[in-house]
Design a protein around this ligand. Sequence first.
Ligand SMILES: Cc1cc2nc3c(=O)[nH]c(=O)nc-3n(C[C@H](O)[C@H](O)[C@H](O)COP(=O)(O)OP(=O)(O)OC[C@H]3O[C@@H](n4cnc5c(N)ncnc54)[C@H](O)[C@@H]3O)c2cc1C
Ligand code: HEM
Length: 388
Amino acid sequence: MGLEDRDSVRILREAFEPGPGSERLVGEFYTRWFAADLTARDLFPPDMAGQRQVFAHAMRWLCDELIAQRAEEPVAFLAQLGRDHRKYGVTPEHYAGLQDALLATVRTTLTDRWDARLEEAATDVVTLAVGVMSGAGEAETAPPFCDGTVLEHLRPTRDVSVIRLKMDHHIDYHAGQYVSVQVPQWPRRWRFLSPAIPADPQGYVEFHVRSVAGGMVSTTILGETRPGDRWRLAAPHGAMHVDREAGDVLMVAGSTGLAPLRALIMDMCRFAANPRVHLFFGAKYPCELYDLPTLWEVASMNPWLSVTPVSEFDFDPPWAAEYPDNRPPRGLHVRQTGRLDEVVTRYGSWGDRQILVCGRPEMVAATRSALIAKGAPAERIQHDPLGN
Ligand SMILES: Cc1cc2nc3c(=O)[nH]c(=O)nc-3n(C[C@H](O)[C@H](O)[C@H](O)COP(=O)(O)OP(=O)(O)OC[C@H]3O[C@@H](n4cnc5c(N)ncnc54)[C@H](O)[C@@H]3O)c2cc1C
Ligand code: HEM
């Protein structure tokens, strides 16, 4: 029976259901694994709380897919996860150690329900996950990451940095995608960042980073990044795109959420004729609309692009005086005051548009809900996953 034994896979799935039972199981699994293989422990950051959650989530999702008798999606997901895991330095021995530790922990946790059927199903699920991940990792011939050198670090506002790099090799991504980034100040703390320009044949990349209060990596990037720093970038992800045949486009960008939308707009500049694009670019204060001069230049040469600046407050704080004057020449729409979700929906539902939203998770969720409440079809709204 094994993978087809839905009742047994269901029992395994329940063991990863959020709550104290699952936390204990996953905690014990990592303790057992790391006790047997210290080299595996070395690859993880010191705090494992987030990792325990994402691991349990991945196991639940995999079991759900198998219970629903779907194979294609889980295999594709695991293969991608295995290819991505190469950036951590994972070896086949690590997978073997994980398999032993996970099965031993599941067996001791579920003793009262353990029988030959559950043994077979649990073994098959874990073997599938480990087999597909390690097989895909070994089969991949592209390098797991690419290093590059920071050329420039600009500080257009108090909490935004623009970082320009030249990678050692050209990196291939579609405009609108995001990549996994490791900075030298925080080894093993990978974070997603979205390139703000389309892929460049010479390997130039630009990131816009906003510091998050209490954030580990973003605050360090703003405070400590210097020309000459070596950054490491891994495989691109994400599917945000503009379909040039699917009608006009609404883009909503909160602060550095502008980055992938800006890359998409720059990519569209290769074509003379494009669908109309209306971009709302928002921030808290007018001075934080850090990229308006560039947007003004692009819009002035591309009549299909219109830009509406939006700020929550109508005035600038005193610290604005220390930063570059971001006010563009006349030519963009008049700046609107209010939260992005309110301002954008003042103009209607935008239901006939392809809609792309990018920014802080709360801003994306609020804008998406407001648009749907106004009548925009949910399936027309694109955004990245809301969390690392
Ligand atoms: C698909 C994707 C693309 C991204 N692209 C960019 C980008 O181009 N530019 C950019 O600046 N950031 C981007 N991010 C966010 C980035 O990956 C980090 O999450 C962010 O920089 C915080 O990392 P940190 O280490 O400073 O904070 P952490 O130490 O990881 O977190 C500290 C606290 O901040 C909260 N937090 C985490 N992320 C955010 C956030 N984005 N907004 C508000 N609170 C948050 C956490 O819940 C936690 O409580 C992207 C995220 C995703 C998922
Ligand atoms: C069944 C096999 C495995 C599953 C389902 C799994 C799942 C995951 C998931 C979902 C993530 C978060 C997404 C990501 O960062 O890519 C992750 C991160 C990670 N995994 Fe795995 N993994 C497995 C095997 C392994 C193995 C064998 C290692 C070897 C040590 C490993 C090391 C890591 C590391 C270092 C991270 C990043 C942690 C961080 O930066 O916070 N994983 N894993």
